[in-house]
Design a protein around this ligand. Structure first.
Ligand SMILES: Cc1cc2nc3c(=O)[nH]c(=O)nc-3n(C[C@H](O)[C@H](O)[C@H](O)COP(=O)(O)OP(=O)(O)OC[C@H]3O[C@@H](n4cnc5c(N)ncnc54)[C@H](O)[C@@H]3O)c2cc1C
Length: 486
């Protein structure tokens, strides 16, 4: 007996442009609701800023974009999906963050709240007073903040506590709450993830979230490379019946297969191309004025050994904040908005101390970047490597190979990283409230059935998939009348 001739495939319900963490998350959310979904990705593999490759030498696996994943581990969406069944295995370093200081000392953010407090000496009680009330209800807090902001909170007391502490500039709160150089430096190193000058209102919010997640879920990373999380999302999507097409760049609506809804995991500029002349002038003007933060310049190293930290305790963490004292970090981050600072704040990751699968036996990788002005490709190697050398003198002798990635190369890789901005848009308060435009439902566009779902929508940058998840929930309700609990 021969099989009946295959008919045309049933029509799609949804197309997702872009397979970054937000596109994949949007697609999974739609597929879980029973929709027929196809993802279209420009690159040959999924992941976007969540991907890995042998960027230096054969046998060395480097994370092209994200390296450390507290937001992914805590993500309300990812946590409810069976990603472990599709290959995700979190590795937890002994400590979430190490922060070396001049003179061969260091301070660490520990998983345990009280162990951190002990390490902070006389600032320990202040650290506990700040964190403990938020830690009690961290899941409720994340539910409220990893979504569009102007919304009736489901955990108002915790959110109010968070708001009081999160609104001041990180530089001010750090100086007010802490007395020791260790606590102030630890706080400033966390605050610098915002890519904003530390005197910017609201920078304490991200600082608090990152510290809190260190205690609540740790700062883990996927075994084998960040790509493992992207691959797990893809595998789960395909298990749910979704499909993925790679190697296709969408530039306008004619590139898309017919479907009831389109979700765009890309920049506001790419969205405008897809909307074409269907975008009203007011919306077009607003998206054309979308603001970006500084870019980054990144180096990946293949090393013949592990980094020779002056303080060996720095090897207890995969994430290392290299910038010295709080005042030095504040100066470097303020400068990074417009120029290359001689001693930039460098964010480092040393995965292979905890995941030997990423390098040949006995050899190591190091991932490091510094903030630079948006779009600047001025070579920052001397400045970045000088900062590593301050705290791990002689480390250059271990370098087998290095690869530089500039701000322009990041944008060429994904338009979401415009000018090298890894957060997909400026993360100050106006940038969070109007992301990309000021409306309670920022995922919707004026064109029926088309949604933006990248980190240019709330809650912004980082690997959490929540922009994609909330965009998909909005589309499910608008176009299919499905109200799915978020
Ligand atoms: C160097 C670097 C380090 C980072 N470190 C961390 C970290 O340690 N932890 C963390 O949580 N976050 C980190 N981030 C941030 C994080 O990677 C991003 O916030 C996140 O990837 C944004 O996800 P996204 O889905 O919005 O966009 P992207 O990850 O950029 O994905 C968008 C995808 O869509 C595709 N695409 C776009 N336009 C089109 C089109 N027209 N047609 C077809 N495909 C298209 C792109 O190719 C890409 O694959 C880092 C980012 C970078 C670059």
């Amino acid at each position: 007996m021969t099989a009946p001739p295959a008919g045309p495939p049933p029509p799609l319900d949804a197309v997702v442009v872009g397979a970054g963490p937000n596109g994949l998350s949007a697609a999974v959310t739609l597929a879980r609701a029973g929709l027929r979904v196809q993802v279209i990705e420009a690159h040959g593999r999924v992941g976007g800023g969540l991907s890995s490759a042998p960027l230096t030498l054969p046998g060395f696996v480097h994370d092209f974009g994200s390296a450390i994943h507290p937001l992914a581990a805590a993500s309300p969406a990812f946590r409810q999906w069976p990603l472990h069944a599709f290959g995700l295995d979190w590795i937890h370093p002994d400590a979430p963050v190490a922060h070396p200081l001049p003179g061969g000392r260091s301070v660490t953010l520990e998983r345990d709240l009280h162990a951190t407090a002990d390490a902070l000496g006389r600032d320990g009680p202040a650290w506990v007073r700040l964190m403990a009330p938020l830690l009690d209800d961290w899941e409720g807090l994340l539910d409220d903040i990893l979504r569009p902001l102007p919304r009736v909170p489901s955990h108002p007391v915790t959110l109010a506590r968070f708001g009081l502490r999160g609104l001041p500039p990180a530089a001010l709160l750090g100086q007010t709450l802490f007395r020791t150089p260790e606590a102030r430096a630890l706080w400033a190193g966390l605050a610098a993830h915002s890519t904003l000058p530390l005197g910017t209102p609201g920078t304490s919010a991200m600082t608090l979230v990152l510290a809190l997640l260190g205690h609540a879920v740790g700062w883990p990373f996927p075994r084998g490379g960040a790509q493992a999380l992207a691959d797990a999302l893809r595998a789960y999507l395909e298990y749910l019946g979704g499909t993925v097409v790679t190697g296709v760049t969408v530039t306008d609506a004619r590139d898309l297969p017919p479907a009831r809804v389109t979700l765009v995991d890309s920049s506001p500029a790419v969205l405008l191309g897809i909307l074409g002349d269907r975008a009203p002038a007011r919306y077009r003007d607003a998206l054309e004025g979308y603001r970006y933060g500084p870019g980054i310049q990144k180096f990946d190293y293949a090393l013949s050994g592990s980094l020779p930290w002056q303080d060996p305790r720095v090897a207890r963490a995969a994430t290392v904040h290299l910038g010295g004292h709080a005042a030095d970090i504040a100066a470097a981050e303020a400068a990074a908005q417009t120029r290359l600072h001689p001693r930039p704040y460098v964010l480092g990751a040393q995965h292979t101390l905890f995941d030997p699968s990423r390098a040949p036996a006995g050899e190591h990788t190091f991932w490091a970047y510094a903030h630079v002005p948006n779009g600047s490709d001025r070579d920052a190697q001397a400045q970045i490597e000088g900062q590593i050398d301050r705290f791990a003198p002689g480390w250059r002798d271990l370098v087998l190979a290095r690869t530089r990635t500039t701000a322009t190369q990041l944008q060429a890789f994904s338009p979401v990283f415009h000018g090298g901005d890894v957060n997909g848009g400026r993360g100050d308060l106006p940038g969070l409230l109007a992301r990309p435009v000021p409306t309670p439902t920022p995922y919707r566009t004026p064109v029926k059935g088309v949604y933006l779902c990248s980190s240019a929508t709330p809650p912004g940058g980082g690997i959490h998939g929540m922009a994609g998840h909330h965009a998909a929930l909005t589309a499910l309700q608008d176009e299919f009348g499905l109200k799915v609990a978020g």
